[in-house]
Ligand binder design. Structure first.
Ligand code: FES
Ligand code: FE2
Length: 374
C-alpha cells in the first residue's frame, strides 16, 4: 500500500481451510497447561516489546523478566543497546537480582565474583589458575539475544531465525515512522491487572465489532462510523485505519511533517503476539502490552508517547484511555467467566472480527508448529 493509496475494504476472514469459527477454545483461555506451551511456542519465537530505549543512558542496566526469562537490557558505554540473559555462564546465578534500571559499570556475579563488562565480555575470574588449562575467558561471555529498535522503542527476540524487526512490523514504520519526534516524551505509563487470559484481552483489543456498541461514547468518538473502517492484514500485524472525524480535527493539531494516510487517519495496529500500537496525527503513539500472569489473569501496560505541544495533557489522555479500557476490562472479565463456565463452544466470526481471527491463526500455527494444536 502506498502512502496515499486507499486501504482495502474489510476482507472476509481467511480461515486457511479451518472452520469459520474462532479457532481457540475455552480450554485455551482457562487451562494453566497452556502457559508454558505458549512461552515456548509463541513468546520465544516472536519479537517482544520491552520499552523505550531512552530510559537507558550509557552505563545503565535494566534487569527484568521477559516471557519468563530473566534478562538484562543494557546500554553500554559506547551507547549501544544489548540484551543478555541475566544469568552467569559459570553456575547460573542471577547476575543482577534487583529488578529495575540501575547505573552499572561492571556486572559482578554474587556467587563467585566473575566480572563482566556491559558488552557481555568476561573480564575477571577469581582463582583462574585452578580451572583446567583449556579454560578461556572469551568462551564464557554473557549469552546475548537479539535486540532491535524501531523509533527508539526496544524489542527483543529469543529466536535467531525470526525475521528482522523491520520486517516483522510490516507497514508500521511506513505509517507511524514520523510520529515520534525529538520533542516526544513519555506522557503516560500505567499497569492494570485484569482477571482474564492474555489472549482474551488481545482478542478484545483486536475486535472492531464491539467499538460502536460497547465504546459508543468513548473510543467510538475517535474512530468514527463503522462504515469508514478499513482493514489490512499483514504477516505479523494487522491494521484498522479510520479517517479522522471532523470533531477530532477541530480539537487537535496535526504534526506538520506528516503526509498522506499518516496525516489523515487513526491507526490501530494489532501486533503478534500480545501488543497493540495506536497512532494519531498529533503524533501520539500509545502501546498496549498484555502479559500473561496466570491462565486467568494478565497485566495490561499502557504507555503513551507524544509531544506535549501537540498532544492533550497527560491527565486528559489517561482519562480518555481509561474510559474505554474500563469498559473493556468489564467485558473481558465477563467473557472469561463465560469461558470458565464449561459450556462455551467457539462461535462464528463477523467480518469486523477479522483481525481477531488473523491473530488467532498466528497463535494456532505457532501451537501447531510446536505439536500443540488440538
Ligand atoms: S555462578 Fe557466577 S561466578 Fe559462579
Ligand atoms: Fe474495546
Amino acid at each position: 500500500m502506498g502512502a496515499s493509496s486507499p486501504l482495502r475494504p474489510p476482507a472476509p476472514p481467511d480461515t486457511c481451510g479451518l472452520p469459520e469459527r474462532f479457532l481457540l477454545t475455552a480450554d485455551h483461555y482457562t487451562n494453566p497447561r497452556w502457559l508454558p506451551v505458549e512461552q515456548r511456542a509463541i513468546f520465544h519465537r516472536a519479537w517482544l516489546y520491552v520499552g523505550d530505549g531512552d530510559r537507558l543512558q550509557p552505563g545503565m542496566v535494566w534487569a527484568r523478566s521477559v516471557a519468563g526469562a530473566p534478562l538484562l537490557i543494557v546500554r553500554d558505554s559506547a551507547g549501544e543497546l544489548r540484551a543478555f540473559y541475566n544469568l552467569c555462564p559459570h553456575r547460573a546465578a542471577i547476575l543482577s537480582p534487583q529488578a529495575g534500571i540501575h547505573p552499572c559499570q561492571k556486572l559482578v556475579c554474587p556467587y563467585h565474583a566473575w566480572v563482566y563488562d556491559l558488552s557481555g565480555d568476561l573480564l575477571g575470574v577469581p582463582a583462574q589458575h585452578q580451572f583446567p588449562e583449556s579454560f578461556q575467558k572469551q568462551d564464557f561471555g554473557l549469552r546475548s539475544l537479539r535486540l532491535e529498535t524501531w523509533s527508539g522503542f526496544m524489542f527483543v527476540c529469543f529466536d535467531d531465525s525470526a525475521p528482522p524487526l523491520a520486517e516483522f512490523l510490516g507497514s508500521i514504520p511506513q505509517h507511524l515512522g514520523q510520529h515520534r519526534t525529538a520533542a516526544s516524551q513519555p506522557l503516560v505509563a500505567k499497569q492494570y491487572t485484569v482477571a482474564c487470559n492474555w489472549k482474551n484481552y488481545h482478542d478484545n483489543t483486536l475486535c472492531d465489532y464491539h467499538v460502536a456498541i460497547a465504546h459508543r461514547t468513548t473510543l467510538n468518538q475517535v474512530q468514527g462510523p463503522v462504515r469508514y473502517y478499513q482493514h489490512q492484514l499483514e504477516p505479523f500485524v494487522n491494521l484498522l485505519y479510520t479517517p479522522l472525524t471532523s470533531a477530532w480535527r477541530d480539537e487537535n493539531t496535526i504534526l506538520p511533517l506528516l503526509q498522506g494516510l499518516s496525516r489523515d487517519g487513526f491507526f490501530t495496529y494489532g501486533i503478534y503476539p500480545n501488543l497493540h500500537l495506536l497512532g494519531l496525527p498529533n503524533g501520539l503513539l500509545a502501546w498496549l502490552h498484555i502479559e500473561p500472569l496466570t491462565a486467568e489473569s494478565c497485566q495490561v501496560a499502557l504507555e503513551i508517547y507524544g509531544d506535549p505541544e501537540y498532544c492533550p495533557p497527560a491527565s486528559d489522555l489517561l482519562a480518555d484511555f481509561e474510559a474505554f479500557m474500563q469498559e473493556d476490562m468489564l467485558l473481558t472479565e465477563s467473557v472469561q467467566r463465560g469461558y470458565a463456565s464449561g459450556t462455551y463452544t467457539p462461535g462464528p466470526i463477523n467480518g469486523l472480527e477479522t483481525r481477531i481471527i488473523h491473530q488467532q491463526q498466528l497463535i494456532w500455527q505457532a501451537l501447531a508448529a510446536a505439536g500443540e494444536a488440538e
